[in-house]
Design a protein. Sequence first.
Length: 97
Amino acid sequence: MQVDEVGFKDTQNVKSHPKLKGKFKKIKEEFGIDWTKTTWENLRDPLHSAIAARLFLSNKSGEIPKTVEGRAAYWKEKYNTVKGKGSSKEYLERLKQ
């Protein structure tokens, strides 16, 4: 998972996303990770990276779609954004590899 530093900081922004506090508690209980003390450099670890990606997406509106095509569109809109180089088509093509 790729979460840039701006996206990572959003995973710790409880002022904008107050529901994160409850998620931090679950992360601490399940994995022993205090997310408030996690740094962007910690995302080199796959578990930290996966948690960051999921927290990042949990801050976005809407549910993750159930279909592959829906997830491709969601990924482009919410994760890669219009500024990113990826496309929904590339997302789908990579799944075939």
